[in-house]
Design a binder for this molecule. Sequence first.
Ligand SMILES: [Cu+2]
Length: 148
Amino acid sequence: MLVTVRVVLVSVGVFAIVAFASCGETSDADKDITGYLIVLDEWNIKGRGGMPLPAVRAGTLDITVRNSGTTLHELIILKTNLEIDSLPVDNQVVQEKKAGEVIGEVEAFQAGDTERATLRLAMGRYALICNVPGHYQRGMYAELEVVP
Ligand SMILES: [Cu+2]
């Protein structure tokens, strides 16, 4: 099921073509996915084939987010200068405004579903987190590096 998600646009000067490397194994379920794949499960955020998320170029990035787990997950894209594994948490939830700037979000969606979103990414470092209560602390975070 595809739904439109709210994406906060960050203005960038250059709209570069996004290039990404894929060097992991591709499962049968992944092979029909085009674009930049982000896989959520218990309790990880990974790229194609279970690999770490590849760096991307600044500009527009179309992401496909798959929930390969067995429960609800979501994806928050945060621009942050903090360490990805020590973002401020209160009551089992990352304090997004304290942690940085939310530049995109795919709201919680069902296991087995796939969602899409378009991000505009300036150069820098981003934290991708699942902010369903308790999930960040179980390890649902990953770093995304955006290069010129
Ligand atoms: Cu989650």
